[in-house]
Design a protein around this ligand. Structure first.
Ligand code: FAD
Ligand code: NAG
Ligand code: NAG
Length: 504
């Protein structure tokens, strides 16, 4: 049997899942570990950009649930990347159940700015229904196939009773619920909540802690983690084309050129490996599922890759000379007053894609950022937005802002937007559990090859990445924990029986 420290392990992709896996393997004595990355840099969907003098997050922005249980929080603390407040015990103890209570401002399509007395009840009403839609995972069964169907029908059923004393505001509140549906599309990274499975919605778990950001940029985390890896461990600008596994040619393990797995890159280069950990996004797997592995993926894995959801959520950053929002405002909602029939997709994407833009978060603190907003837009409308020029996007956003503020001279002075759908190595933003999917689909994704019961060499191809974590999919900590999980799978595979039993 080959010695563990010599087995050739290749990790595909250099996002946080891969970096975490490499760190863990090296720590356990593996010394033949390599990472192959298609782009010129590490970090993947953690990407910090610039808007004028400001740093802005093109990809991940928050540590969701920053508390002791969250390994991303622990690392960020160790590297001293967070401010005092984010690290305080007080902050860690806040349990917001995944929905931070941002101080809101509401603007409507007739140029009105509405107050909490009109809009607050709509927000509360919606959140209650959304919370109920998370309960079917534990209780089992689903009265409807999708979160969208459930939330919309419950809202329609309950609203007349809820606001019967307040008829005048029903229409504007229903319009507000539309805005909240679009916001949830951003949170889930989906085109419409009608595609998000109801039964598995509660499978996503939140951790305590008030979501926090990295004052110096999320990429600081990647930089610090990379410094702990040996120089030269990553081959950049190398796209893997195909993983040839189940190589049955019975050559001895010691030859440098052969192994159970051969990795073929787009530039023609090949690498022989004993184990490959795949960390590419679910979006990339969906797009390349028929050619990325040879022999092709087993049917159960293929089906789960097809069925699971991977959608688009994009950001549009805008910088202003002067704010048009309140000083304490953290989240601006855009409410289309004619949007009252509860629908989270637009009818004509080309002419009306901008109506999917749900609103903006305000970048804080103002002393650091000046007046910068981050707009949120999900779905096919967002994918269409990516195809427009920056100027066209700026034009549309400016028109909307003028309409909603009633101020015909408002003009953002800078714009930057993300384009995650057309990014050839992400192919979208993040994973959601689609209609008809369950935890078994995620287990299928995470299942190594060859499958159980095969006579071939075990653990040839392993799967990590955000999409393979059952309760933390779509997050940075989920990606990191999935990378650790696959590294540990290899560690315990090689661990002599004696060390295992002494641990038990
Ligand atoms: C807009 C947006 C906002 C987000 N906000 C948050 C947030 O606030 N908080 C949070 O926790 N999470 C957030 N996320 C999710 C988070 O960014 C991801 O879950 C996490 O970064 C995924 O890490 P990963 O290692 O699994 O995958 P990735 O970071 O995608 O890494 C995969 C790597 O594989 C490379 N690759 C792909 N194909 C190949 C190939 N053929 N050959 C070689 N290399 C290849 C890619 O270039 C990439 O570097 C957000 C994501 C997006 C897009
Ligand atoms: C892997 O190789 C073995 C032995 O040659 C063969 O029986 C098996 O069908 C192969 N598996 C796949 C998925 O091709
Ligand atoms: C394969 O075996 C592992 C380890 O025994 C187990 O955890 C896993 O559930 C099995 N998978 C399937 C599909 O049987």
């Amino acid at each position: 049997m080959a010695l563990q420290r010599d087995s050739r392990i290749f990790i595909i992709g250099c996002g946080i899942s891969a970096i975490g896996a490499a760190q863990k393997l090296l720590k356990h004595g593996f010394c033949n570990v390599h990472i192959i990355e298609a782009t010129g840099k590490s970090g993947g969907r953690i990407r910090t950009g610039r808007l004028g003098d400001n740093i802005v997050e093109i990809g991940a922005n928050w540590i969701h649930g920053p508390s002791k249980e969250n390994p991303v929080f622990r690392l960020a603390c160790d590297y001293q990347l967070l401010d005092k407040e984010s690290m305080s015990e007080e902050n860690q103890a806040v349990d917001i159940g995944g929905h931070p209570l941002f101080v809101p401002n509401w603007f409507t399509s007739s140029g009105r700015k509405l107050g909490p007395e009109v809009m607050g009840p709509a927000l509360e009403f919606f959140m209650k229904i959304l919370e109920r839609s998370q309960q079917f995972y534990d209780s089992g069964g689903e009265p409807m196939p999708s979160v969208g169907k459930f939330v919309k029908s419950e809202a329609k059923r309950l609203a007349p009773e809820e606001w019967k004393e307040d008829q005048a505001n029903i229409n504007i509140r229903m319009a507000m619920i539309n805005t909240l549906l679009k916001l949830e599309c951003c949170v889930s990274g989906t085109h419409t909540l009608d595609e998000v499975g109801l039964g598995a919605f509660g499978m996503y778990k939140t951790l305590p802690g008030l979501d926090c950001t990295f004052p110096g940029g999320y990429e600081g985390l990647i930089d610090n983690m990379m410094k702990e890896l040996p120089k030269g461990i990553v081959s950049y600008n190398k796209q893997v084309k195909c993983i040839h596994w189940n190589n049955t040619k019975d050559e001895p393990d010691t030859t440098a050129t052969s192994g159970p797995v051969k990795i073929e890159c787009v530039d023609g280069k090949t690498f022989a490996a004993d184990h490959v950990i795949v960390t590419v996004s679910l979006g990339y797997l969906k797009k390349h599922k028929d050619t990325f592995l040879s022999p092709s993926l087993p049917l159960n894995k293929l089906h789960s890759i097809q069925r699971m959801g991977f959608g688009t959520n994009n950001k549009i950053f805008l910088e202003f000379e002067q704010p048009f929002w309140d000083e304490d405002c953290e989240l601006i909602y855009l409410v289309w007053e004619d949007d009252t029939d509860l629908c989270d997709v637009v009818s004509d994407i080309k002419t009306s894609w901008i109506r999917k833009l749900t609103g903006f978060t305000v970048l804080k603190p103002t002393e650091r950022f000046g007046h910068v907003l981050c707009g949120w837009i999900a779905g096919h409308e967002s994918e269409y937005m990516e195809t427009l020029s920056e100027l066209e996007v700026l034009h549309s956003v400016t028109q909307v802002l003028r309409k909603f503020t009633g101020n015909p001279t408002i003009a953002p002075r800078k714009l930057l937007r993300s384009q995650w759908f057309h990014d050839p190595y992400s192919c979208g933003s993040y994973t959601y559990v689609a209609k008809g999917c369950s935890g078994y689909d995620i287990d299928n994704l995470a299942e190594p090859l060859p499958p159980n019961g095969s006579n071939s060499k075990p653990l040839q191809v392993l799967f990590a990445g955000e999409a393979t974590h059952r309760s933390f999919f779509s997050t940075v900590h989920g990606a990191l924990m999935a990378g650790w999980r696959e590294a540990e799978r290899l560690v315990s595979h090689y661990a002599p029986a004696s060390t295992i039993s002494s641990k038990l």
